[in-house]
Design a protein around this ligand. Structure first.
Ligand SMILES: Cc1cc2nc3c(=O)[nH]c(=O)nc-3n(C[C@H](O)[C@H](O)[C@H](O)COP(=O)(O)OP(=O)(O)OC[C@H]3O[C@@H](n4cnc5c(N)ncnc54)[C@H](O)[C@@H]3O)c2cc1C
Length: 354
């Protein structure tokens, strides 16, 4: 039985910790602050697939993760006794007639690459659900692969599952690599990208700020909506998550008036949300690697230390597959890191078409 330390109690670190505990090993998660203190403590939780045309390795890895998600989250719920708020409720988008040729190519991509496990389709029949946006030209694009997960419920559920398997979670303890024996997995989000860059003497990535909200509106089984660049996600707990802004430069890490614009746009798109109480306004800093892809591998120059980072905008969707890949690497020295996700001595691996 190995004993592994994971640094960072965000979705990446907790998922890796759970995967190691699930395989029968001892895990200790060390977190500077609290569970979900970084970008994993928000309100949106859309597990939405990349567009299935122009297929690439990143899309394949994400597909595997989305298809594994139900088993992954069911097991977490069963072992820890807490609901992560996962359900594959699908997604609806209002589209225009001008979009149709491009969308038909996308649907062909879904038919080819989603292995019959999920479907994307166009419809002129208004889909059911209280949040479905108006479509002036009467077309909607649907899929049944998209799922939702409550970020905060998922963090609590993973922590409970790790503890139920005999793992430890230590909160309020910042860690430094020189003071930490291996094996150790650094899942430290945006601050971790900065720390790694400082250690390696080159830029590894940056933090990208995002703001989101939670509104009181119960539609737990309704499909989520993607419209005007916004994710509008009904959750299990009677809330609807709305997001997000994407800010490469920012003066502070708190919410500001840009979030009010997001809320107003969401209400305009989904009139049922008009008058729904805003329960929470939230901001977080996403970890974006230079490649924009997840970043995994051994920390160059620090044997026994590993990096799991770069979740950027899809960290929740990618968590099941990335947890398995890093656990294989750390526990079994089995390297199945997809090309383009690998942390190397010399730089990033740009992936096209994402
Ligand atoms: C507004 C917004 C909306 C989003 N919506 C979605 C979405 O709908 N779907 C989706 O899949 N993704 C979404 N994302 C992206 C997702 O939130 C991130 O990809 C994910 O949270 C990254 O998780 P992480 O565990 O790598 O990092 P983080 O959650 O940032 O966790 C890192 C943790 O490490 C801790 N830490 C840092 N340094 C140290 C240290 N030295 N010692 C100990 N602990 C340390 C931090 O306190 C933090 O808790 C969204 C992000 C934002 C901001």
């Amino acid at each position: 039985m190995a004993s592994v330390t994971v640094i960072g109690a965000g979705i990446a670190g907790l998922s890796a910790g759970w995967e190691i505990a699930r395989r029968g090993h001892h895990v200790r998660v060390i977190e500077a602050d609290r569970i979900g203190a970084g970008s994993s403590g928000g309100t949106v939780g859309a597990l939405a697939p990349h567009a299935p045309d122009s297929w690439n390795i990143k899309k394949q890895a994400q597909l595997e993760s989305l298809l594994n998600a139900r088993t992954f989250w069911d097991q977490v719920a069963q072992v820890g006794g807490r609901d992560p708020g996962y359900a594959r409720t699908g997604r609806v988008q209002a589209v225009t007639a001008a979009d149709l040729p491009r969308l038909r190519a996308r649907i062909e991509g879904a038919d080819r690459h989603w292995q019959g496990a999920a479907r994307m389709w166009l419809t002129q029949t208004r889909p059911e659900g209280p949040l479905v946006p108006e479509s002036p030209e009467g077309w909607w694009l649907m899929d049944d692969l998209t799922a939702r997960l409550s970020p905060r419920m998922a963090g609590a559920a993973l922590a409970a599952a790790i503890t139920a398997k005999g793992g430890e979670i230590v909160l309020g303890q910042p860690a430094r690599p020189d003071a930490m024996p291996g094996p150790a997995i650094w899942a430290t989000g945006a601050p971790g990208l900065a720390m790694l860059g400082e250690d390696l003497g080159r830029k590894i990535g940056q933090g990208v700020k995002g703001q989101s909200a939670a509104l009181r509106f119960a539609a737990p089984d309704a499909p989520q909506v993607y419209a005007d660049g916004l994710h509008i996600v009904p959750h299990a707990d009677g809330t609807v998550g709305i997001g997000s802004t994407s800010e490469n430069s920012f003066e502070h890490e708190d919410v500001d008036e840009q979030l009010e614009d997001v809320i107003a746009r969401a209400r305009a798109l989904c009139p049922a949300l008009d008058g729904a109480e805003v329960l929470d306004r939230w901001a977080g800093i996403r970890p974006r690697a230079r490649s924009r892809a997840p970043l995994l591998g051994e920390w160059p120059g620090r044997p026994g230390h590993f990096v799991l980072n770069g979740g950027f905008k899809i960290g929740f969707g990618m968590a099941p597959v990335l947890a398995g890949i890093i656990a294989d690497l750390v526990l079994d020295r089995r390297d199945r890191i997809p090309e383009g996700f690998r942390l190397q001595g010399s730089g990033d691996n740009p992936i096209s078409g994402t």
